[in-house]
Design a protein around this ligand. Structure first.
Ligand code: ATP
Ligand code: MG
Length: 331
């Protein structure tokens, strides 16, 4: 029996290079080795987009298209829509009894996101609880391997705490602990130099960006504000162009030599940006092309079939959970 891999993305926008290096690449590489579930997390996206259901709806399709374009194979992996598995919502409610408010408030990722979204005064309960919802997503599929970016590590810890508590309280060995599988570049910075490229920060290069957009985003990239003349010594730490070259340029020796030259002085931003642009265009052109070839009907059928498959599996686990919690009244 294969171990289960599960992960997902919020349909708050299209997917970007951060998703690619943080999680998508691993999913594609691992999809044959594991029984894979990839979900579009619309319930989670609604926690901070509840007034914009049309945007969430539209982006479910965009995210699914991104999955297909990078090579997630719907014949191998199950791609599904989170909201269409009501058993996950049910389990979320039961898990809420196992987590304290202060534990949720201590979650460093949630804290950072609340600050970033200006939700410090009035915190929506739904948003604060999304790590619990994620724990339900993971455990209902008995998933053990979770390919995610580094920002998701606290969610995995929260999930495992819930798993241990649940199994202890109900005296079962039913829920499985899981581990994060973090990509080599688990946190890609934004083009503005902010610590994380993010859909909602508007600082990301999207997998579907066209050539001109990639070019202008690379041109805008944060480098070293004190590197004014080509002859000046430059900094490579915090310089987004070099961070991206580390992530995307195949010849690592060349990147080291360029860094050394930049630090010494005599290398301007224009040539390194041109090199990065070429790398990104080479990576994204085939993805963009593939993306354009999937019809709406095809994407819809992938999501529908995947959701049916996923729901059957979730229902199976949920029956066992209800039994463990003495909730199986009429079976
Ligand atoms: P939002 O701004 O709506 O939160 P996001 O850009 O953070 O969107 P998510 O859908 O929250 O994207 O994240 C999906 C997955 O991609 C998670 O596993 C997350 O860790 C990973 N990920 C997102 N951004 C990055 C990044 N910049 N570097 C590495 N991994 C990332
Ligand atoms: Mg996020």
């Amino acid at each position: 029996m294969k171990q289960v891999l599960l992960t997902g993305d919020r349909p708050s926008g299209k997917l970007h290079l951060g998703h690619y290096v943080g999680s998508l690449l691993s999913r594609v590489e691992m999809q044959r080795q594991y029984e894979s579930y990839i979900m579009v997390t619309d319930v989670q996206a609604l926690t901070d987009n509840f007034e914009k259901p049309d945007i969430v709806q539209k982006n479910i399709y965009e995210v699914a298209l991104d999955y297909l374009a990078v090579g997630i194979d719907p014949n191998i992996a199950t791609i599904y829509i989170q909201s269409q598995i009501p058993e996950v919502t049910e389990l979320t409610i039961y898990f809420m009894n196992l987590v304290s408010l202060s534990r949720l408030e201590r979650n460093p990722t949630v804290k950072a996101e609340l600050a970033q979204k200006g939700m410090t005064e009035s915190i929506p309960v739904g948003f604060l609880c999304y790590p619990i919802n994620q724990a339900a997503d993971i455990t209902i599929f008995s998933a053990e391997v979770i390919p995610v970016g580094e920002d998701q590590q606290p969610m995995i810890e929260q999930t495992n705490e819930i798993v241990r508590r649940f199994n202890r309280i109900y005296n079962v060995d039913l829920l499985k602990e899981c581990r994060a599988h973090i990509g080599v570049n688990g946190r890609l910075p934004g083009i503005d130099g902010k610590s994380k490229a993010s859909k909602s920060l508007g600082n990301a290069i999207f997998l579907s960006d066209d050539t001109a957009t990639i070019k202008s985003k690379v041109r805008e990239m944060f480098t070293d504000p004190n590197h004014l003349k080509v002859s000046d010594k430059g900094r490579v730490e915090g310089n987004v162009v070099f961070t991206y070259l580390d992530a995307f340029h195949k010849d690592k020796g060349e990147v080291s030599a360029l860094k050394e030259h930049y630090q010494r002085g005599g290398l301007g931003d224009v040539p390194i940006k041109e090199l990065l642009f070429q790398d990104l265009e080479t990576l994204l052109a085939p993805i963009r092309e593939k993306r354009a070839n999937f019809s709406t009907e095809f994407v819809r059928s992938v999501l529908k079939e995947g959701t049916l498959r996923a729901r059957a599996k979730a229902q199976e686990t949920m029956r066992k959970i209800r039994a463990a919690m003495h909730l199986d009244h009429f079976v």
